[in-house]
Design a binder for this molecule. Structure first.
Ligand code: NAG
Ligand code: NAG
Ligand code: NAG
Ligand code: NAG
Ligand code: NAG
Ligand code: NAG
Length: 388
């Protein structure tokens, strides 16, 4: 009897051990709870011993990271209705996904508030809000919107306007610091996160640039030079720590799969165009770092994060890599989500939430790979950059 009891316990503990292992394995790529504090978040990432003292997170770019700036603008490029935000406490904010973005996750890791959209801050708030803001704007690119895109989208914040707003921020915040030196130190320790170029290589090319440039290589070269000038402008305003994302394989995005001819699992000429551009970034950032004193430019390979997910979707918890989770008006995966129509139930197993934008689950993997993975971020990981 005692023996049976003992072996039962043995079995039981084996069962729990197995369950524990399986649990950890299958959950590790799922986003942690929305309300987790920094301690719990770092524990979840098995990084509880890191001491992070990042003062602020400033964000530039397009709809992948816009947290609501477009809500304040005369544009159709808005995501301020359900099902967007269904996993953000059920609150649509302007984020073009079901839950948090990569930027929100970085903020949680750093113990900072989610960087709020700049255009939502009052004049008073702009003078005292020191943990960083988000200038991102859906449909923006390195270049201003070309005229045919202005006709479609209306007014969004171009990269130049986003930089102009950083200029405003530095003027408003200066008075909050004891001395110009302490303000410079604060800016130099802050992280500047940049996700831009997607629309230049996607819709801007389709709508206009392919008629203006002889080849996709010429365009890529032009874009990279335009990016360089704008990164330098951000540096001139006091930024020192840059994290620059390359452009993801848009040829594998549901929108492109549903609108363009393809004979493989992705639209190869779209990815080829992006590869030309991405190929120019390592040298470009090295050059900038050499010429701009005290700067650090980390290049992170978002393209590879997507590729790795496509190579082994199950290892990252995905069963659907090429379809939209939400349903669009036309029901053919060519538009953003239709208002108030329930999306798929298994959101954590989809890479894409709408035909253009990844799910919260992908955003979490995006952050997670950047944090510690030297094969994705170079010359520093995100964790290392945060601690510089
Ligand atoms: C953070 O969350 C953990 C786990 O829920 C809790 O034990 C801890 O007290 C919290 N810490 C703070 C500073 O709120
Ligand atoms: C954190 O530090 C404690 C005490 O030194 C150690 O036991 C633990 O394994 C460390 N955790 C990690 C994830 O490194
Ligand atoms: C910031 O604004 C000032 C005043 O308008 C202007 O002179 C300066 O060129 C701007 N700097 C950048 C980098 O845009
Ligand atoms: C696939 O499509 C590309 C252009 O869309 C074409 O160049 C190539 O020959 C096609 N390959 C096959 C195997 O049909
Ligand atoms: C998505 O992937 C599935 C499975 O590989 C495939 O059957 C389907 O045709 C793909 N859909 C599109 C739009 O490419
Ligand atoms: C999707 O549906 C819309 C509305 O019916 C139609 O105008 C469009 O051509 C369709 N696109 C594709 C690629 O089927």
């Amino acid at each position: 009897m005692a023996f049976i009891f003992a072996s039962c316990l043995g079995l039981l503990s084996l069962f729990f051990q197995c369950f524990y292992v399986i649990h950890i394995y299958s959950e590790s790529y799922l986003p942690p709870d929305f309300n987790n504090n920094q301690t719990a978040f770092l524990q979840y990432l098995a990084s509880e011993n890191l001491s992070l003292r990042l003062p602020a997170l400033y964000v530039f770019g397009d709809s992948y990271i816009d947290a609501g700036n477009n809500n304040f603008l005369d544009t159709i490029a808005k995501a301020n209705f359900l099902p967007y935000g269904i996993d953000f406490g059920g609150v649509p904010t302007g984020r073009a996904t079901n839950g948090r973005t990569v930027v929100d996750f970085i903020a949680q890791v750093a113990g900072l508030p989610f960087p709020p959209p700049m255009l939502g801050l009052s004049e008073t708030e702009r003078k005292i809000f020191v943990s960083g803001v988000n200038y991102g704007s859906g449909s923006s690119g390195i270049l201003p919107l070309p005229p045919p895109a202005v006709e479609i989208f209306g007014h969004i914040l171009s990269f130049d306007e986003q930089i102009e707003l950083l200029n405003d921020t530095t003027r408003s915040l200066k008075g909050h610091f004891d001395s110009p030196e302490s303000f410079s130190l604060y800016l130099s320790k802050s992280l500047f996160f940049i996700h831009i170029g997607t629309n230049d290589l996607g819709i801007y090319w389709d709508l206009e640039q392919k008629r203006k440039f002889r080849t996709a290589e010429d365009y890529a070269l032009f874009l990279s030079e335009e990016l360089s000038g704008r990164l330098e402008a951000i540096y001139q305003l006091g930024a020192r720590k840059f994290l620059v994302n390359n452009v993801s394989p848009l040829g594998c995005q549901p929108f492109n799969l549903n609108t363009k001819m393809h004979n493989t699992s992705c639209v190869e000429d779209v990815n080829q165009r992006i590869a030309f551009y991405n190929g120019l970034l390592p040298n470009l950032l090295t050059k900038l770092e050499t010429s701009l004193k005290g700067s650090t430019f980390v290049l992170c390979d978002l393209y590879k994060v997507f590729e790795d997910v496509y190579t082994q979707p199950a290892a990252y918890g995905f069963t659907n890599v090429n379809g939209s989770c939400c349903i669009d008006e036309a029901r053919n995966g060519t538009r953003g989500c239709a208002r108030n129509v329930a999306p798929c139930a298994d959101r954590t197993s989809h890479v894409f939430f709408d035909p253009f934008h990844p799910t919260e689950s992908f955003h979490f993997i995006w952050m997670r790979r950047f944090l510690k993975d030297h094969s994705v971020c170079s010359p520093f990981t995100l964790f290392e950059l945060m601690q510089l």
